[in-house]
Design a protein around this ligand. Structure first.
Ligand code: FAD
Length: 159
């Protein structure tokens, strides 16, 4: 099957956008990812999928931990930065959730310990055991058909 057809089909699934952060020996790394989902309520587990070419793969293997930061509609630039779509280096101020690196303003910051790892094709699935959660108010950044978007705001007609 053609790669483009597969990519186009997957792009029809509208998602939010996350930045995965991890701390390796005091250095914080980030990577944009939308392959994220909730796995289990009891125990509380999530999964992320990281490509074999991404440097984040080795970072998470080393740290054994990661934080999922669900981006707000105002954070498209951060998504582009951590996806390598903005080339120049930028200083990012990270926050902290019980020692885990987080992105301030992200709607949910979910810190995890790696519970198990599955290599599937050219990606690795990391199952994360959720350790801590912080929530913030706001609207989500969306990704659909290879493009960013945001929720349409519902307006009510006033008489
Ligand atoms: P690098 O190339 O090392 O880092 C990526 C970028 O982040 C670089 O520009 C770097 O300068 C910047 N950066 C990293 N750390 C910091 C820091 N501390 N301060 C400032 N800047 C920093 N790939 C997947 O494997 N799985 C997915 O689920 C996935 N979903 C995606 C969803 C979207 C919407 C997009 C746009 C891309 C997605 N990607 C996904 C692709 C992935 O984001 C890119 O391939 C990314 O460049 C790979 O990053 P890397 O780990 O190799 O890190």
């Amino acid at each position: 099957m053609d790669d483009r057809l597969f990519r186009n089909a997957m792009g029809k699934f509208a998602t939010g956008v996350t930045v995965i952060t991890t701390n390796v020996n005091g250095t914080i790394h980030g990577m944009t990812a939308n392959a994220f989902m909730s796995v289990s309520l009891n125990p509380k587990l999530v999964v992320i999928s990281i490509g074999e070419k991404a440097s984040m793969l080795e970072h998470i293997k080393q740290s054994g931990t990661f934080t999922v930061n669900i981006l707000s509609a105002q954070q498209q630039e951060l998504s582009m930065l951590f996806a390598g779509q903005i080339k120049e280096k930028r200083e990012v101020q990270f926050s902290d959730l019980q020692g885990a690196p987080t992105i301030e303003g992200a709607l949910a910051q979910i810190s995890c310990e790696v519970a198990s790892t599955y290599v599937e094709g050219d990606h690795t699935l990391f199952i994360g055991s959720v350790k801590d959660i912080q929530l913030e108010d706001g609207e989500p950044l969306l990704f659909f058909n290879g493009r960013y978007g945001s929720l349409a705001v519902e307006t009510t007609m006033q008489a």
